[in-house]
Design a binder for this molecule. Structure first.
Ligand code: ATP
Ligand code: MG
Length: 554
């Protein structure tokens, strides 16, 4: 993998780790984790966190765990657990250990009992609304709950009763006893446990009591011996609570939480909740719709893991929130595909050409290189015949100025083949161009014609040999750079984000293209054979990215 090969630029997290190593903290060990909640598919924002956590561990000969933070059973499912594992591995990473926060439920419960015994937690009967009202504001301190000074014995009995299912959902919560006047609202006696009778995708109905994220996360990190707990900036205000819980419990390991800026990418959204809404309301075909910023969507579009890793490396890791232009991601994809995928010819909107001076029934097998800069990619055979197809756009009856492609009476070179001249336009009864009748110059195979210049080069396929294909042209999912800032993000969905072209023709060499085969269709863009819909003889290609950036900056 290229992650270790290229010397990565420095970032503040590497500085912290280098310093820790100097001081021989944690005996020089580096242990990180990637902790997704299995409530959706991973998106490009998660890729940043994955590359950071797995990449940092690899760079320092450390290890990285995959841990499912599965403490919100309502929204979680095994489908998401499976997809997350698939996506992490596809990105090129392998976890050291696989864990589930739910595996720690028993330990977490014991730790909560220890807090109660220490007088550091209490069972509260305030309703969620009351808790909110008691919490105070940024400018006003909170008020203490009347239950705050319940005896340890009573707390222990109530907490056991909560576990045993004696109380209704919401009747009690367990809260940490910290400081209702703390300037940090997260420290005003945060809830540690709530009663919830919901089925959990792993523990089934074993529990009706579930621990809160903040309580679970730090203890899970400590249990696994994580040294550096990397998370996004919104958890900065939660760090005092993270540290408080571990200090109070005297856990043998006390990981260091370090926050970094979330990835925010223009023209898309990176929120599982909103992506989920796009899927359930069918604005897209699924989590793996190629327009989605999910790993599965990018994969289906034809993006490679290397391009995503390169993108994450280029955007770097900072403490400051910023928006990344979509063009940055697209350029990473383009550069990777340009270098690494073979060329092929495909005609998306065919116009028939009959080469009148080419012998009927003859086929010439031309040898074309698969990659202009990489001879090791080899050559393929491309059949040339009397009837060929070119792109409708590559012919103009009334050409605009500087038009370099085919025009009536003009010449153009067919890529890898001959120069042809358009002699006649044949129209149908509606006046539409049905076909062109051309002649070819037999002396121009791989050579310039004598005494005249032919500027344009166009792609083509043999009509009898070419294969039918459907081509899906994807565009950005939203019409504005920051859809998240809209009151209703659905109102700025791009209505033209998908254009389906049927009746496209691709060259015969693609007959055996396997799922996820990627190509540069010459002059057209980068495409990938759709894994899901290319069945039963159907051939569907997804456009991964255009050849050039064609979105103007606002
Ligand atoms: P979402 O709002 O999309 O659900 P999340 O942060 O709740 O995001 P988690 O499954 O909890 O999603 O995230 C797993 C890890 O990925 C966390 O450490 C989180 O900080 C990180 N992460 C999530 N979104 C981003 C992002 N946009 N950029 C960088 N890291 C992210
Ligand atoms: Mg979350």
């Amino acid at each position: 993998m290229s992650i270790n090969e290229t010397q990565s630029p420095s970032n503040f997290i590497r500085h912290i780790i280098n310093q820790d190593l100097k001081e021989n903290k944690n005996n020089g060990k580096i242990v990180t984790r990637f902790p997704p909640e299995p409530n959706g598919y991973l998106h490009i924002g998660h890729a940043k966190s994955i590359c950071l956590n797995f990449g940092t561990a690899a760079e320092y000969q450390g290890t990285c765990n995959l841990r499912f933070d599965d403490t919100n059973p309502e929204k979680e499912s095994d489908e998401f657990v499976q997809s997350i594992q698939r996506d992490v591995q596809w990105l090129g990473f392998q976890w050291h250990e696989l864990h589930y926060a739910s595996d720690y439920f028993e330990q977490l419960y014991d730790y909560a009992v220890a807090l109660i015994k220490d007088g550091k937690a209490y069972v509260d009967s305030l309703t969620p609304e009351q808790i909110r009202a008691y919490r105070g504001t940024l400018t006003e301190p909170g008020r203490e709950s009347p239950d705050r000074n319940r005896s340890i014995e009573e707390n222990l009995a109530l907490f056991q009763g909560m576990r045993d299912g004696l109380y209704a959902d919401g009747q009690y919560v367990l809260r940490a006893k910290i400081d209702m006047a703390s300037p940090n609202i997260n420290m005003r006696d945060p809830t540690l446990y709530r009663i919830r009778r919901v089925h959990h995708h792993r523990t089934g109905n074993d529990w009706c009591l579930y621990p809160m994220y903040d309580y679970t996360h730090c203890i899970s990190d400590a249990i696994e011996g994580i040294t550096h707990s990397l998370c996004t900036l919104e958890f900065e205000d939660h760090r005092p609570l993270y540290d408080w819980v571990l200090d109070e419990l005297h856990t043998p390991c006390h990981p260091q939480q370090i926050e970094f800026a979330r990835l925010q990418l223009e023209y898309t959204i990176v929120s599982k909740r909103k992506l989920n809404q796009l899927v359930t309301e069918k604005h897209v075909s699924g989590w793996d719709d190629p327009r989605m910023p999910t790993i599965a969507g990018l994969r289906r579009a034809g993006v490679t893991p290397a391009a995503i890793r390169d993108f994450c490396e280029r955007i770097g890791v900072t403490k400051k929130d910023s928006w990344i232009e979509m063009g940055v991601l697209e350029n990473c994809i383009r550069e990777d595909l340009n270098e690494n995928v073979p060329r092929a010819m495909a005609v998306l909107q065919p116009l028939r050409i009959v080469i009148t001076n080419y012998p009927e029934g003859q086929t010439e097998h031309l040898e074309l290189g698969n990659h202009p800069q990489r001879p090791e990619f080899g050559k393929r055979t491309v059949p040339f015949t009397r009837e060929i197809l070119i792109e409708r756009d590559d012919f103009a009856e009334n050409p605009p100025p500087k038009y370099k492609r085919l025009i009536p009476g003009g010449e153009v070179r067919l890529r890898g083949a001959y120069v042809i001249r358009c002699d006649e336009i044949v129209k149908d009864e509606n006046g539409h161009i049905a076909e062109l009748r051309c002649t070819y110059d037999p002396a121009t195979l791989g050579k310039n014609p004598e005494g005249r210049k032919v500027k344009g080069v166009i792609h083509w396929v043999s009509e009898p040999h070419s294969l039918l294909a459907e081509v899906r042209l994807y565009d950005r999912l939203f019409t504005v750079p920051n859809p998240d800032n809209e009151e209703n993000f659905l109102s700025v969905l791009n209505p033209n984000s998908l254009e389906v072209l049927t009746g496209c023709r691709v060259e015969a060499s693609l007959a055996d293209a396997g799922p996820e085969s990627r190509y540069q269709f010459e002059r057209t863009g980068y495409f990938c054979l759709d894994t899901i819909d290319s069945v039963g003889g159907r051939r569907v290609f997804n456009r991964t990215v255009t050849l050039r950036e064609n979105w103007e900056k606002d």
